[in-house]
Design a protein around this ligand. Sequence first.
Ligand SMILES: *Cc1c(COP(=O)(O)O)cnc(C)c1O
Length: 431
Amino acid sequence: MLTNSFSVNEKGHLTLGGADTVELAKEYGTPLYVFDENDIRNNCRQFKDAFSKYYGGNARVYYASKAFSCKEMYRIVKDEGICTDVVSGGELYTALAAGFLAEKIGFHGNNKTPDELKYALQNKVGRIIVDNMTELYLLNEIAKEMNTHQDILFRIKPGIDCHTHEYIQTGQIDCKFGFALENGEAYEAVKAVANMQNLSLAGIHCHIGSQIFETVPFIDAADIMVSFAKTISEELGVTVSEINFGGGFGIKYTLEDKPVSKDESIKILCGAVKEACQKYAFPHPTLCIEPGRSIVGASSLTLYTVGSIKEIKGIRNYVAVDGGMSDNPRYALYQAEYEAVVANKADKPRDFIATIAGKCCESGDLIQEHTQIQQVQQGDILAVLATGAYNYSMASNYNRIPRPAAVMVKDGNSRVIINRETYEDLVKKDV
Ligand SMILES: *Cc1c(COP(=O)(O)O)cnc(C)c1O
């Protein structure tokens, strides 16, 4: 199985966090997102503990909440004593509504609106990660008008691109996020902020990609970021006390995936930062990371009820479910890989090759192609595993399909954390 949260019980049913997923489907209906709370909490602790072990604890972990944003999720990570990132006024609103302390929130985005910036300043968020010059001047103006002060980080493009399968280090200037290093943009931004009364540069930030399985990119990023911190402290007299390396730690979506453990990832990052600090004679900064997927993605699943099945001889077997790209657009977007299991036949061999199709009016509405599942019939419960990150948060009402409910499981007990949308919800904003 993908993580220890998954198992198969004596009935041959798939379980998550000790709960029988077939029973969950019966109780709450399908489609249904299910998360294992113990695993989410463990993931937060593993990152925190690793920083204590390898960096003396001078570090902060921000949950990148775009992976899965809802009030209960913010409550859980808050309870674990970690910080959170938001990338919109809506995520900020949700975090605050859940009681998240504003000072523990970092606000990201490449085009925050004036209203979003005002909202963040009013609530005194801990950090705003400034993406570009336009935003820098705008934020300073707004802070001046509001007679307030804000700590910021600069989002840097370190010239490392891990979004492709192979790690490449090139001039990755063609990216909509952040200030480039190689053309002096980042340096100019530091110069500009030094003269701004209402903003202080607390540190610098980078985010090199997602679902990263290698460690070399983080080592390279550490060198590049510390080197830049040294340059601006020496040449511009600006103190960088904090370096944030973003998220991107890979998880196991398929049985073939081999992610680096959290402990190992943090050990390598801390080692690389310390080494770079020695190389450039720079004091150890506060280290920050922003894991999203690796907090919430792995020990989770989506449950569907199987409907029509079309076995097209010599071509493929379509197995249609009662959801689709409306609750999981990741295959349609970028051919994301998943494991699927017939939850009520989880003890049987996966000897049927299926293309799992959704119910939306798009031929591309597929959740997985040519994937191995058990022999399947109409009425079976199909589980797609590791859907906790970037599924609910990317869900839509395409075809006016209501968004599914989400359930949190803990030690075999379950509770709803997001209610299923109703048809009335769908027309609420219509006039
Ligand atoms: C998306 C994102 C993250 C989280 O990425 P994961 O791959 O989910 O860990 C962190 N920081 C920034 C700036 C991001 O854009």
